[in-house]
Design a protein around this ligand. Structure first.
Ligand SMILES: Cc1cc2nc3c(=O)[nH]c(=O)nc-3n(C[C@H](O)[C@H](O)[C@H](O)COP(=O)(O)OP(=O)(O)OC[C@H]3O[C@@H](n4cnc5c(N)ncnc54)[C@H](O)[C@@H]3O)c2cc1C
Length: 499
C-alpha cells in the first residue's frame, strides 16, 4: 500500500466470478484493501459451471485452498479428459486429455513421429500415447507427478465440482479474511457526473455502496458494463451458432462416475455429462434456429443416465465478449464479460485469467489507461484463442446429416483458425501463439479426433529409421500401460475425496 493505492474495491455480484475474485484479491492484498461484495439472494446465480481445466489448481493454491477440504466441500470429482462422441462422425469417439501426448524425439515434435508410424502401420491411435487418456478409459487415478523410471510427467488433472458449493467455499474464506458481503438488490449504478466513472451502487433499500474501483461480476445481467457503461459486445454467433442451454441434474449412477467429462453431439448442438460425488450435471447446448426447446428438452431427458432431479433450467446467451473488459474504473469478469459455450470448460478459467491479469496491472488512484489497454489486449487474446479452438470442433467434421452440421461444416471461419488448420493439414505442423491456453497437444488431439489428417509429416521424421520409430512407439505404450496398471481404481480414489 502507498498513497497511490486504491482504498476500496467493490465486487458487483457473488457467483463463481465474484467469489473467486474476492478470495484471491483478499488473500494477496493481506488486509491492505477494503473489499465489499454485493449480491442478491433473490436473484441468485446462473447455477451451472461444473467442469474445469488444470490451471484451476494454480488458482486454488494462490487462494490458499486446501485440496482435500475443497474436494469434500464442493462434492468434487477428478477430470482427466473430455470425451467427444459423434463429433467428427456419428459413432466416433475420442478423448481430449490433459497432460502430455508422446514425447519429442530429439528436435522432432511427437506428432511427426506418430504420423510416420501411422503411415507405416506401426502406430495406434493418438490416445495410446497419452497417460491421461489411458487412465481415463481404464477408470484409474491417483496423484502422480511423474512416471517412475522414465523422463515423462505423470497425470494432469482438473475437477468437476458443484459451482454453488465452490462459491460458498470461497465465500467462507473471503469473509474470514475481512471481505464484507452486502446482501440486496442493486437498483442503480451511480456515475460521477463529471468523469462518467462509476461512483457507487444504489441499493433497493436506498443505501449506497461507494468505491474506487468496481469489478462487474453480475453475470448475464451485465449491470455495469452493459446497462450502465454500454460497452459494446462482439457477437460471435456467425461461428458459434449455439445460443441456448438446458441444464438438469440427475441421480448419480455408478457407471456415470467416470474421471472425465462427456460431450455428446446431437442434431443441433451437444450434451454434457459431468459426474459429481452426489449427482450428475447434464446439459444440452443448442441452436434454436435448428431445434425447438421442446425437442431439445426431449433429447436431453432421453439421454440421461440417471433420474432427473429437477425440471430443466433454460438459459439464453449470445456467444462473444465485450469489446473492452476494463473500461473507466471497472473490470468485467465472468458472464458479465462475455461467454463462450462450455465445450472445453473455459469460462471459469477466463475468470481466473481475468483476476491474475488484473493483479499484474492493478489500478492505482492515478492514471490507469495504459494498464487498461494492456489488460484489454491480453484478455481479448485469451478469448479469441479459445473461440478458435471451440469453432474447430464444429467446423472440422464429416457430419452433414442435419442442416445444423451442414451449416457449421461449410461456414467461413476466422483466418487465425484457418491458418492453424491449413498448417496442420498441409504438413502436420502445429503452433501455439503467445502462450494461448490450448497447447499443441490439445490442438493435435482435437484435430485428429475431428478427422483432420495431415497430407504429410515433417521429413525430419524420416531421419529416424522405421524400425526405431516402431520400437519407440511400442516402448512408449508399454511404459504408459504399465503405469496405468499400477494406478488405483478410480472409485477407490473417490472414496478418499469424501473424508
Ligand atoms: C449453460 C452453461 C454451462 C456452463 N458450464 C461451464 C463449465 O462447465 N465450466 C466452466 O468453466 N464454466 C461454465 N459455465 C460458465 C460459468 O457458469 C460461469 O462462468 C460462472 O458461473 C460465473 O458466473 P458469474 O459469476 O459470472 O455469474 P452468476 O453466477 O450469474 O452470478 C451473478 C451474480 O450477480 C448478482 N447480481 C446480478 N444482478 C444483481 C442485482 N441487480 N443486484 C444484486 N446482485 C445482482 C447475482 O445475485 C449473482 O450473485 C457455463 C455457463 C453456462 C451458461
Amino acid at each position: 500500500m502507498n498513497e497511490q493505492s486504491i482504498n476500496k474495491l467493490v465486487i458487483v455480484g457473488g457467483g463463481t466470478a465474484g467469489w473467486m475474485c474476492a478470495a484471491l484479491i483478499s488473500r494477496l492484498s493481506e488486509n491492505s484493501l477494503d473489499i465489499e461484495l454485493v449480491e442478491s439472494d433473490a436473484i441468485g446465480t446462473v447455477g451451472v459451471g461444473e467442469a474445469t481445466i488444470p490451471p484451476i489448481q494454480v488458482f486454488n493454491d494462490l487462494a490458499g485452498v486446501d485440496e482435500q477440504a475443497f474436494l469434500r466441500y464442493t462434492k468434487a470429482t477428478i477430470k482427466l479428459a473430455i470425451e467427444f462422441q459423434n463429433w467428427g462422425a456419428i459413432g466416433d469417439r475420442y478423448l481430449h486429455g490433459f497432460g502430455f501426448v508422446g514425447r519429442t524425439v530429439g528436435s522432432i515434435p511427437f506428432q511427426h513421429v506418430f504420423l510416420k508410424g501411422l503411415s507405416e502401420g506401426a502406430a495406434g491411435t493418438i490416445s495410446d500415447y497419452s497417460l491421461n487418456n489411458l487412465a481415463a478409459y481404464a477408470g484409474r487415478f491417483n496423484r502422480l507427478a511423474k512416471i517412475e523410471g522414465a523422463p515423462l510427467p505423470g497425470l494432469v488433472y482438473a475437477y468437476h465440482f458443484d459451482a454453488g458449493l465452490y462459491a460458498a467455499f470461497l465465500r467462507k474464506q473471503s469473509e474470514a479474511r475481512g471481505v464484507k458481503r452486502r446482501e440486496g438488490r442493486i437498483q442503480e449504478v451511480l456515475q460521477d457526473p463529471e468523469t462518467g466513472d462509476v461512483a457507487g451502487l444504489r441499493m433497493e433499500d436506498g443505501s449506497d455502496v461507494r468505491g474506487d474501483f468496481f469489478i462487474d461480476c453480475s453475470g448475464f445481467n451485465g449491470l455495469v458494463f452493459d446497462k450502465t457503461l454500454g460497452v459494446d459486445y462482439d457477437d460471435w454467433s456467425e461461428w458459434l451458432l449455439c445460443n441456448r442451454a438446458l441444464a438438469v441434474p440427475s441421480s448419480s449412477e455408478p457407471r456415470s462416475l467416470r474421471p472425465y467429462t462427456q460431450s455428446i453431439a446431437h442434431q443441433a448442438g451437444w450434451q454434457w455429462r459431468i459426474p459429481l460425488q452426489h449427482r450428475t450435471g447434464n446439459g444440452h447446448v443448442f441452436c434454436d434456429r435448428f431445434i425447438s426447446e421442446d425437442e431439445a428438452t426431449r433429447v436431453l431427458l432421453d439421454n440421461l443416465e440417471g433420474e432427473p432431479l429437477k425440471d430443466p433450467l433454460s438459459l439464453r446467451f449470445t456467444p462473444g465478449c465485450r469489446k473492452k473488459l476494463w473500461h473507466r474504473n471497472c473490470v468485467a469478469l465472468g458472464l458479465a464479460s462475455g461467454f463462450i459455450e462450455p465445450l472445453e470448460s473455459t469460462s471459469i478459467h477466463l475468470i481466473q485469467m481475468g483476476i491474475t491479469n488484473l493483479l499484474k496491472v492493478f489500478p492505482t488512484k492515478g492514471e490507469n489507461s495504459a494498464k487498461a489497454r494492456e489488460y484489454n489486449r491480453r484478455m481479448r487474446f485469451e478469448y479469441e484463442a479459445i473461440r478458435d479452438f471451440i469453432i474447430l470442433h464444429y467446423h472440422q467434421t464429416s457430419r452433414d446429416d442435419t442442416p445444423f452440421w451442414k451449416h457449421v461444416k461449410e461456414m467461413d471461419i476466422p483466418e487465425t483458425l484457418r491458418d492453424k488448420m491449413t498448417s496442420f493439414s498441409e504438413s502436420g505442423h502445429l503452433y501455439r501463439v503467445d502462450e494461448e491456453l490450448f497447447t499443441e497437444v490439445g490442438w493435435l488431439q482435437v484435430m485428429l479426433g475431428q478427422g483432420l489428417r495431415p497430407k504429410q509429416y515433417n521429413p525430419l521424421a524420416d531421419t529416424l529409421c522405421s524400425e526405431d520409430v516402431k520400437e519407440y512407439l511400442k516402448n512408449l505404450r508399454t511404459i504408459l500401460g504399465a503405469t496405468v496398471a499400477k494406478l488405483q481404481p478410480y472409485p477407490e480414489f473417490l472414496k478418499t475425496c469424501t473424508q
